[in-house]
Structure formats: C-alpha cells, structure tokens
Design a protein around this ligand. Structure first.
Ligand code: HEC
Ligand code: HEC
Ligand code: HEC
Ligand code: HEC
Length: 221
C-alpha cells in the first residue's frame, strides 16, 4: 500500500496547485462580452447614494485608482520610465496597460463618454458597462420611471451576467511583478482598501470590508 499512498500524497499538492492556477472552466459567453466602455462618469448617477454604498464617491476620493494616469506624469514615474527606456509613460503601452482602463480595446468599443485620463476606473474591475446601463434604464422605463428615477433605484435583483464582480485574479492582472514598482500583493490586505459594498446587500465574507463599514441588513438568517 505504501507506494500507492505515496503516489496519492504526492499527487494531491499538484492537484491543489492545478486548481489554484488553472482559470475556471471556459466561461460561457455573457451579454457583457459584447458591451462597450462608457466610463466612470456614466456610472455615477446610479452609484453614488450613501444608502447603497456610494461606490463612485468611494472610488474617486478614497482610492488611488482614479489617479493612476496622472501618476504617470510624476517625477518618480519619469525616473522609473527612464530606467526602462520609456520616453513618455502617459503614451506608452508599457505603462498604460495597468495605469488606464480599456487599454488595447478596439476603438469601436469605447464610447464618447469614456475619459482615459480617469485612470483605473470602474470598468477595469467590473468590465464594460454599456449593456448593464441599458438594461437598468430599460427596466426603469418598463416601470414608467425616467432616468433620474432609475438612478435612485432600489432594486437589488439584477441578472448575475449583466456586469461582473471582480475576483482576485482581476486585481492580480495589474498587481504583479510586471509592475516596475511592485509592492507584494496581499489580497486580504488590499481588498478592504478599495471595497465599496452596498449595505443593503448580503455578500460572501471575503468581499466584506474589514474596517467596520456597515453590514448587510437584518433580514432573516
Ligand atoms: C441607470 C442606472 C445604472 C447605471 C448607469 C449603472 N448601474 Fe450598476 N446597478 C444599477 C442597479 C439598479 C443595480 C442593482 C442594485 C445595486 O447593486 O446597486 C446595479 C448593480 C451593479 C453592480 C452589482 C452587480 C451584481 O451582480 O451584484 C455592479 C458591479 C455595477 N452595478 C456596476 C456598474 C458600473 C461599473 C457602471 C458604469 C459602467 C454602472 N453600474 C452603471 C444601476 C445602474
Ligand atoms: C487596471 C489595473 C489595476 C487593477 C485591475 C487593479 N489595480 Fe489596484 N492599482 C493599480 C495602479 C496602477 C495603482 C497605483 C495608482 C497610483 O498610485 O497612481 C493601484 C493601487 C492600488 C492600491 C494602493 C496601493 C498602495 O500601495 O497604496 C490598492 C490597495 C489597490 N490598488 C487594490 C486593488 C484591488 C483590491 C484590486 C482588485 C479588486 C485592484 N487594485 C485592481 C492598478 C490596478
Ligand atoms: C503590470 C502592471 C503595471 C505596469 C505595466 C506598470 N505599472 Fe506602475 N503601478 C502598478 C501598480 C499595481 C502600482 C501600485 C503599487 C505597486 O507598485 O505595486 C503602480 C504604481 C506606480 C507608481 C507609484 C509608485 C509609488 O511608490 O509611488 C509609479 C510612479 C508607476 N507605477 C510608474 C509606472 C511606469 C512609469 C510604468 C511604465 C514604464 C508602469 N508604472 C507600468 C502597475 C503597473
Ligand atoms: C479596483 C477594482 C474596482 C474598481 C475600480 C471598482 N470596483 Fe466596484 N467592486 C469591486 C469589488 C472587489 C467588489 C465586490 C465584489 C464581490 O462582492 O464579490 C465590487 C462591488 C461593486 C458593487 C456591488 C456592491 C454590493 O455590495 O452589492 C457595485 C454596485 C460596484 N462595485 C460599483 C462600482 C462603480 C460604480 C465603480 C466606479 C465608480 C467601481 N465599482 C469601481 C472592485 C472595484
């Protein structure tokens, strides 16, 4: 029995590794895959109320992501770029791919409302938002509400494939050693700094902030 046990024991870590590194089974196409980038300002009207977690406000005032493009014009950035032989960081793919949103995306999928200088925007983490916005406006219109009322929506029930919620892999697509100023990325430590949960909604524990921000409502258990 010993050789077999050894074989299994030896195989287990490999399996675990395979699971940790292999991307999830080929995800099926969602409507969001055909969506285009509309920019953070287009999300603001519907995602700035305190009652729902003021995502826009948190992103723009409490995280460095909206400054990521401006950072590329700093003295430090010029030093970093010079060492790598990059002449203008704000124009070079070597920097823009992580310091901007939708970099390299087909121009047809970038709406006029999109502002590249707003750095790492909502759609860097959540993917393109045009489909989601359309669906929300349609749903509001079906109820006889106008755009302003749609913005003060109260519904929590939207289809899961309308707009994605980022996994750790999304964060690591930029927070990795390709960054010339890489700081070791610790998801548990970094996530709470950018999280902006809706206090009306219950979510998995790992998505919850660790800083005592409001928790989900007291509905049943
Ligand atoms: C017309 C209103 C409207 C606009 C514009 C809008 N949203 Fe939403 N969004 C909603 C509503 C309603 C919900 C469901 C309630 C909630 O989670 O706040 C929602 C939910 C979400 C969710 C949670 C999805 C889930 O599965 O739980 C994300 C993420 C999101 N929006 C991101 C965005 C981003 C990014 C933009 C801009 C690109 C955007 N929204 C623009 C209305 C809107
Ligand atoms: C498109 C690339 C990109 C993605 C995706 C991304 N980030 Fe960032 N992040 C950056 C850049 C660039 C900076 C530095 C911005 C600056 O200082 O101007 C940064 C800075 C940060 C900081 C501040 C770090 C510090 O040392 O002050 C935290 C925290 C952070 N990100 C967390 C996250 C988390 C959590 C996720 C995933 C949910 C994520 N980021 C996804 C590019 C990204
Ligand atoms: C793989 C993604 C990635 C690439 C490529 C990248 N960065 Fe960054 N950059 C980040 C992230 C993430 C941060 C925040 C923390 C860190 O350094 O890991 C950051 C932070 C910075 C900072 C702030 C550092 C500080 O300590 O204040 C500067 C300056 C910077 N980057 C310049 C550049 C320049 C110039 C280039 C192109 C030559 C570049 N970056 C390319 C991801 C990237
Ligand atoms: C750095 C990555 C990042 C950026 C940028 C970002 N988000 Fe998020 N967002 C997240 C993460 C992580 C979650 C939690 C995902 C989960 O619960 O699994 C989230 C959740 C949400 C939710 C659902 C909240 C809930 O609890 O129901 C909404 C709505 C949302 N984001 C809107 C936005 C909007 C609008 C912007 C831009 C103003 C934005 N996000 C920018 C990472 C990001």
């Amino acid at each position: 029995m010993k050789p077999l046990a050894c074989l299994i024991a030896a195989a287990l870590p490999c399996l675990a590794l395979a699971f940790a590194q292999e991307p999830a089974p080929a995800p099926k196409k969602t409507p969001q895959d055909d969506a285009s980038y509309i920019g953070a300002v287009s999300c603001r009207s519907c995602h700035r109320s305190k009652a729902k977690g003021e995502q826009y406000v948190h992103w723009s005032t409490k995280t460095p992501h909206p400054n990521a493009y401006d950072t590329l014009a700093s003295e430090k950035s010029k030093e970093v770029a010079a060492k790598l032989g990059v002449a203008d960081p704000q124009k070079d793919p070597a920097c823009l791919r992580c310091h901007a949103t939708a970099f390299g995306v087909d121009a047809k999928k970038i709406e006029k409302s999109f502002k590249p200088e707003m750095g790492v925007q909502c759609e860097s983490c959540h993917g393109p938002g045009s489909y989601h916005k359309e669906q929300r406006l349609k749903a509001a219109a079906a109820k006889g509400a106008d755009a302003a009322q749609a913005a003060s929506n109260t519904t929590l029930d939207i289809p899961k494939d309308e707009i994605r919620l980022p996994t750790e892999a999304v964060c690591r697509s930029c927070h990795n050693q390709d960054s010339p100023t890489y700081k070791p990325y610790e998801h548990k430590e970094f996530l709470p700094k950018v999280a902006h949960p809706n206090p009306q909604r219950k979510r998995a524990a790992e998505a919850a902030p660790a800083d005592g921000a409001p928790q989900a409502p007291k509905t049943g258990g």
